[in-house]
Design a protein around this ligand. Sequence first.
Ligand code: SIN
Length: 548
Amino acid sequence: MTNTSDNRRYITNFGSLQAGHVLTDILVIGSGVAGSSAAIEATKFGRVTLMTKGAFRDSATATAQGGIAVASAPDDSPKLHYDDTMRVGGGLNVPAAVDLLVKQGPARIEALLSWGWQADRDNGTLARGREAGHSLSRILHAAGDQTGRILAETLYEKVQTEARVRLFENCFLIDLITVDGRCLGAVTYHQKYGHQLIWAKQTILASGGCGQIWRETTNPPCATADGVAVAFRAGALLRDMEMVQFHPTTLYIAGAGRALISEAVRGEGAYLVDADGYRFMAEVHPDGELAPRDIVSRAIHDHLTKTRTTCAYLDVRHIRHFAQRFPFISELCHNFQIDPAHDLIPIRPSAHYMIGGVAVDLQGASNLDGLLCCGEVASTGVHGANRLASNSLLEGLVFGAICGETAGNRATKNSQPARIIDLVEDRPRSVRTELDLPDIDNSLRSVMWRNVGIVRSKDRLNETKDILGFWAHYVLDKTLNSPAGWQTQNKLTVARIVTQSALARNESRGVHFRSDAPAITPGKPYHVLVKQIGQETSVERGPLETTS
Ligand code: SIN
C-alpha cells in the first residue's frame, strides 16, 4: 500500500557555508538512559558528542517511577524473565532480542550499581517490587518511586567523568544528514550558536518517544516524536508504529498535568474502583488489578463508557507505609488536597510508551548505513505488541550499551575522520497561511486521543487520516525556524504514521485494539512497516524477521 503525501527530505533550509561545524567520531542524540548508556560505552572507542534538546535531565527516563525489571532474586532467572516478556508480548517479540535483554540485564545493573546508583534495599539486599505481567517480584527501584530521577543523576555523574564525551545541551535535532543513503551526522539548532552541522562517523539516535501526540499522556513535554520523524525523513524503516502502550493509571484532575501513578502501586495491593467503590477488574481478568496493562487500560475505558463517568479511582487506603514507599506520588496527591490515607485517587489511562519505532537489528543498526538507534525511538523487538512493565529502562541500559559498542567498533574500522561535505537545502518559502502552532498542537492531540487512542476503528482511523492529511498540506510545506515549529511538524508527521499503521493492522493484538476487528488474525503474525520513498509514504505488512 502506498500513499501520496506532503513529505520532504529536510524541514529546514541550511548550507554548509552558513552553518557552524562540529566533527566527532560518534554522535549520540538523546540523554535518557539509552543515549547515556550508548555514550558511556562508545567513549571506550573514540570521541563522543552527546546532544540533547533540553537539559541533560529533561528526559522520560528521569520521570520513571516503577523501576527496572531484572532477574536478580535467588528464585528468579533470565529464563523466567524471558518467559514473562514473551507471554505478554502478543506474538511480535523478536526472541533473540528478548534473550539479549534478560541475559545481559544483570551485568548492566551491576555496572549501574558500580557507578553509584542507589537502589532501595531491604536489610542490605536489593528491594524488589511487583508489577503487572511479572510472575514474581523483580522490579528494582530507587528512592521509592523516584527510580528515574536517581538513575538520571547517576548517569549524569558518570557522563561527567568521561573525558571524551562532550555534552551539548539545548541542542535541537532538526534532521539527520544523509548522502547516498549513508547517515553522516545531524543538522542541529542551538539557542546560542544557531544552525550547526555535526558530522560523525556513526550516529546513535536515542531521542525518546511520542507521547505528546496524544491529549492524555504520562510523557514529559520533551516527548514530541522528533526522533521518529527525523529518521523517517532520512529514509529509515519504521516498524509497528500502531503499537502505543496506554498506562492505566494517570492522575486525573482537570487542569493538572497528567502525572503517572505507578503500576507498582497496584503491585503493592491498590484496588481499582469506580465511583461506587466497585472493583470492576475482578470480572475482567483472573489477575484483577495486576492483569497486563493493555487489558486494564481497556477495562477502565470500557467501564467509564458503560457507566458514563469520567474517571476511575485507586484505593490505597489499606496500604501500610504508603507514603514511605511512594513519597513522590504521596506529595503529588497532597498538592491537590488528596490524602491517599483517606481519599480515593482519581485516575484515567493515557498514552505512555511508543513500542514501535525505527527497526533495528541485534546490534542496534538501522537500514541506514551509519545510523543506530536505541531506547524508545527504536524497535528492537524486545516489547513485541505489548511491553512488559519496567522492561524499558533495562532495554535502554542493554541496547544503549550494545549500540555504543557497535558504533565504536564501526567508527574504529573506518579510518577516515568525519568530514564536512558541501551540502545545501534551499527550498522556496511557502507564503500560504500563517500558522497558530498551539492551536495545531491542541487539535492534533485531541483528534489522536479521540480516534487513535485505546479503542480504534477503521472509520475513525480513515477520518483521522483525512483530517491529518488536510492539515499536512499547510503545516508541512512551511520552512519554520524554531524548535516549537519543528516539533509541531514532527508530531504531525508521526501522528499520520501512527494512524496509517493502525489502519494497516486490521486485527487486535497486544496494545492495538480495533473494535471492528477485535481478534488476532489467525496465521503468522506480521509487522507493519513504514518508509518514506521520495515524496511518498509506503505502508505495508512484512514478515517478522524484517529489520531493513
Ligand atoms: C510505572 O511505574 O507504572 C511505569 C513503569 C513502566 O512503564 O514500565
